[in-house]
Ligand binder design. Structure first.
Ligand code: WQD
Length: 336
């Protein structure tokens, strides 16, 4: 049984990917410092798959701990989620973001190189495109100057990995996520924002649950059909499955080059108002919302051209927006 290290495996996307890895017969080892997750997610994963992943509680900024992990665990691949990911927070705390997101990547790659671990999947983001010149966005779209330190760490991360693959046996795939939403059908794992949600869907579900008084829609003066910004919302289970397909591509050495990039999105753009109306339709809940100023750093529209993921990776999103929104609401209802 192939052993896969999942860093940040107790997080939102990480935990859903661990479930899919176990469903595919991989043995999973998780490193997570619980900075943006809780330990009970480990039990929730186990309750879904009946297989308890091995769990290691340490910070990837601890180089000695990373070295010790790789010298005592023989693994076949790494899926690297662990990183700070709040766009706004990264603007206020750039040094924390560069230290956390870059040093941890470097230590992981150093140990993979030293212990000859070949397969690496990197959690990247469509944020590297900024406001793309053309829609839908292909992998050849210009990678623009980052609008935030968070986005810059994804851009720099890809460059660091690419350079490392040139001087080692490591072969890597960067998956550029669009907007991950929803939760596993069991409603046992999902998005657990700490404090006031930055992202749209947790704010929507908390408003529907009466935790938040009303949703602020950041801008209705965008050059879009209904004036609100457009994004590509992808079900987190579809996103998790893309990681399995990418990992198998590397393990089976089917990659065309040692550094590949794939856009992972639904391929459909939806506006904030469309999200609100879809959520109200699938849940029967009425959402309180108001229009306010645009949020700094937001772009007008982004949605993926998923041709390469389909033809090269053999992956497409299968779950609908309604599936995702309903699963997000089911998950919210399990939270206290
Ligand atoms: C979506 C839309 C907001 C909240 C970012 C990162 C991306 C990834 C996902 C980490 C936008 C609007 C939001 C609210 C609103 N991050 N909105 N009211 O900004 O597209 O992407 O998060 O992996 O890398 O760039 O996601 O969910 O914050 O916003 O109107 O209370 O919803 O303006 O149009 P975003 P988001």
């Amino acid at each position: 049984m192939k052993k896969i290290l999942v860093t940040g495996g107790l997080g939102f996307i990480g935990s859903h990917t661990v479930v899919e890895l176990q469903n595919e017969g991989f043995e999973v080892l998780i490193i997570d410092n619980l900075s943006n997750s809780t330990l009970d997610v480990l039990d929730k994963i186990t309750s879904i798959t009946a297989i308890k992943p091995s769990y290691f509680n340490f910070d990837l900024k601890d180089k000695k701990a990373v070295q010790n992990f790789f010298s005592t665990n023989k693994i076949d691949g790494v899926i690297h989620f662990a990183a700070s990911k709040a766009v706004g927070e990264s603007v206020e705390k750039p040094l924390e973001y560069y230290e956390n997101n870059i040093s941890t990547l470097i230590y992981l790659l150093q140990e993979m190189k030293a212990t000859n671990v070949l397969n690496f999947i990197f959690s990247s983001s469509c944020t590297v495109y900024g406001q793309a010149d053309e829609l839908p966005i292909t992998e050849n779209a210009t990678v623009k100057p980052a609008e935030s330190p968070y986005g810059n760490t994804k851009k720099m991360g890809e460059e660091i990995i690419k350079d490392t693959t040139k001087v080692s046996n490591i072969r890597a795939i960067a998956l550029r996520y669009f907007n991950p939403i929803g939760s596993h059908e069991s409603a046992k794992i999902g998005e657990l924002p700490i404090g006031t949600p930055q992202n749209l869907i947790p704010f929507v579900t908390q408003t529907a649950a009466g935790i938040r008084k009303e949703l602020s829609v950041f801008g209705n003066d965008y050059p879009t059909p209904d004036g609100t910004a457009i994004r590509d919302y992808i079900h987190v289970v579809d996103l998790a499955q893309a990681h399995i397909v990418a990992l198998k591509r590397l393990i089976d050495a089917k990659n065309n080059s040692n550094f590949e990039v794939f856009n992972i999105g639904s391929g459909t753009g939806n506006s904030v108002l469309e999200i609100i109306h879809s959520f109200e339709k699938v849940t029967g809940k009425k959402l309180n919302y108001k229009f306010v100023e645009r949020r700094l750093g937001d772009i007008t529209a982004a949605y993926a051209d998923t041709t390469i993921a389909k033809t090269e990776l053999g992956w497409t999103a299968k779950l609908s927006l309604d599936d995702a929104l309903l699963s997000a609401w089911k998950w919210q209802q399990t939270l206290k």
